[in-house]
Design a protein around this ligand. Sequence first.
Ligand code: FES
Length: 108
Amino acid sequence: MFRPLETGAPERAITLTVDGQAVQAREGDTLAIALLNAAIVPFRHTALSGAPRAPLCLMGVCFECLVEVDGRPNVQACMVPAREGMRVRLPRGARPMPASHPDGAPPR
Ligand code: FES
């Protein structure tokens, strides 16, 4: 489906982890391309219906590529470079709300 442009520049392999599994990627690729090249799809499941989602635009517009990176939620995978040691988690449904969060009050 995707084929990288041939630039003639040497490629350097990097390793990131996705849900605890080591994944090889190419330095210089975006995280979204690294995940797609590793056949990791879907990227997440929606909070309400649990529907699977995957990148659509690859240019920061659709927000379908949201993942957690190094503990930071809702990162657009198409807008960040993949880097060595990056820890990625693929969201599955709604995140638990921390009790200390201002909106973390029990539902009425
Ligand atoms: S793929 Fe559309 S915002 Fe990332």
